[in-house]
Design a protein around this ligand. Structure first.
Ligand code: NAD
Length: 479
């Protein structure tokens, strides 16, 4: 079946089509998805521009109705959309269904935010004046998303964009357009007016680049790799576009001598390997102090043996396939590099299962040193390395020894260490006795250093990006 782009209230044929395959079973074709060219992308931008004045002026109730309706439709179709997500991205079914649920809740949350948007009234320092601080929609936003959360990330960008009165041109990742298409179909059903949301599936270098370079787009919100983020920034900054970039991670999980071993192992297994390690918040560096190091390793390796790897749709599977052949190759290359640099690799074998797919065992690389590539570069696969630290101070220094700063975790029973770590680790999100991945939908999400640029996503903090602030001085002429 063919799936079209959605521009100015119409489903439109693409300049070309890309086949979407199931990474658990390459015989399973999900569909052919339209690929926009530059001209079609420009048409979507013009449509969003034309729709902006009216959508920017509708009542909060009208925005609430569309967003709340979309949230209800997503939640009602949670199981079916979860299957689609597991099929196209390879996330194990329970995680896929949970992600769809989260997308539904995000729409409900931002429906409420449309009603809650408030300003401030202050007295002036000058007699006779009052000061109002209000927020206005910022205009047309270009949204560019990765494949690894193919419904949650589009939801956490589209919902606030619409709640605060902006119009949208949305470009999902090439590898997972199915959930994006379904989400737009739902928004249409929920009554989003023509031109307010436009879907342009297609190649990053074509569609994404055209969005970044367009003077008719006021802001870009992007999630993806650092390299692409830098390219987008280079195109946007000369045009003074507002920018929000969420990029890679090399997230540390510190395990101290006094940690509850079971809690630490579960947090590390989940954080490092669930969703096949394909999470920007994945724990890819496990920093373990000397007193617990050997016991921790033994328990991790034993727990890894029990992980069930297989078809993402199967009931008894913990970890699905890697997303595609290129990522599987990249993962294996990193394991080779880690071996060559002196690390010992446990697991990581490519698996041949009943269906043809991109399966591999999760890998733990032990005996690593901070300078090794596996400790410096984001792999984006089910691979974690172990660094041994002599004490808490060294563990904290290692945690911060990275150009990234998205999420950081610590497993300890000590309130003092937990409190010190919370204050001094250089990350946007801190997890204490919990996996570095897995976040709530109603609070800010984002990082520091090379991981993020611009205001936070999600929660009421999303308004910092999706609105413009205006300060008004009012002389009412009263004595
Ligand atoms: P990617 O950078 O390859 O692609 C992301 C999006 O950018 C895609 O839609 C792609 O088509 C588009 N793109 C590619 N080239 C472009 C260009 N020149 N101009 C504009 N757009 C372009 O990333 P990916 O492989 O899809 O996703 C994996 C990456 O995403 C990892 O680095 C991961 O850490 C990151 N990620 C970050 C977060 C976060 O919130 N920090 C969340 C999820 C994923």
């Amino acid at each position: 079946m063919r799936y079209e782009n959605y521009i100015d209230g119409q489903w439109c044929e693409g300049a070309d089509y890309l086949t979407n395959l199931n990474p658990s079973d390459l015989e399973d074709v999900i569909g052919d998805y339209a690929q926009a060219d530059v001209a079609q992308t420009q048409a979507a931008i013009v449509a969003a521009r034309a729709a902006f004045p009216a959508w920017g002026d509708v009542t909060p109730q009208q925005r609430f109705d569309v967003l709340d309706g979309a949230g209800s439709l997503i939640l009602a179709r949670r199981e079916e959309l979860g299957r689609l997500l597991a099929r196209e991205e390879g996330k194990a079914l329970p995680e896929a269904i949970a992600e769809v649920g989260r997308a539904g809740q995000i729409f409900k949350f931002f429906a409420g935010e449309a009603l809650r948007l408030s300003g401030e009234i202050l007295g002036s320092v000058r007699p006779g004046l009052n000061v109002e601080v209000t927020r206005e929609p910022l205009g047309v936003v270009g949204l560019i998303t990765p494949w690894n959360f193919p419904i949650a990330i589009p939801a956490w960008k589209i919902a606030p964009a619409l709640a605060y009165g902006n119009t949208v041109v949305f470009k999902p990742a090439e590898l997972a357009p199915g959930c994006a298409w379904a989400l737009i179909d739902i928004l249409v059903e929920a009554g989003v007016p023509k031109g307010v949301v436009n879907l342009v599936m297609g190649r990053g270098a074509v569609v994404g680049q055209a969005l970044s370079e367009s003077p008719l787009i006021d802001a870009i919100s992007f999630t993806g790799s650092v390299q692409t983020g830098q390219r987008i920034a280079a195109a946007c900054l000369p045009l003074r576009k507002k920018l929000q970039l969420e990029m890679g991670g090399k997230n540390p999980m510190v395990v101290l001598d006094d940690a509850d071993l079971d809690v630490a192992v579960e947090a590390c297994i989940n954080g490092a390997f669930y969703s096949t390690g394909q999470r920007c918040t994945a724990s890819s560096r496990l920093i373990v102090t000397a007193g617990i190091h050997d016991r921790f390793l033994a328990a991790m390796l034993e727990r890894m043996e029990r992980l069930r790897i297989g078809n993402a749709l199967a009931a008894d599977v913990d970890i699905g396939p890697v997303v595609d052949a290129a990522q599987l190759r990249k993962n294996q290359e990193y394991l080779e590099v880690a071996r060559a640099e002196g690390g010992q690799v446990h697991g990581g074998e490519v698996l041949e299962l009943d269906t043809r797919g991109f399966f591999m065992r999760p890998a733990l690389v032990i005996g690593t040193e901070p300078h090794m590539r596996v400790n410096r570069e984001e792999v984006f696969g089910p691979i974690a390395s172990v660094l041994k630290a002599k004490d808490y101070a060294e563990a904290l220094a290692l945690a911060n020894d990275t150009e990234f700063g998205l999420s950081a975790g610590i497993c300890t029973r000590s309130l003092s260490y937990a409190s010190h770590f919370k204050r001094h680790v250089q990350a946007g999100m801190v997890m204490i006795n919990a996996a570095t991945a897995g976040v709530d939908y109603h609070v800010p999400f984002g990082g520091r250093k090379h991981s993020s640029y611009g205001p936070r996503e999600q929660g009421s903090h999303a308004r910092e990006f999706y609105t413009l602030v205006k300060t008004t001085y009012l002389n009412a002429g009263l004595p």
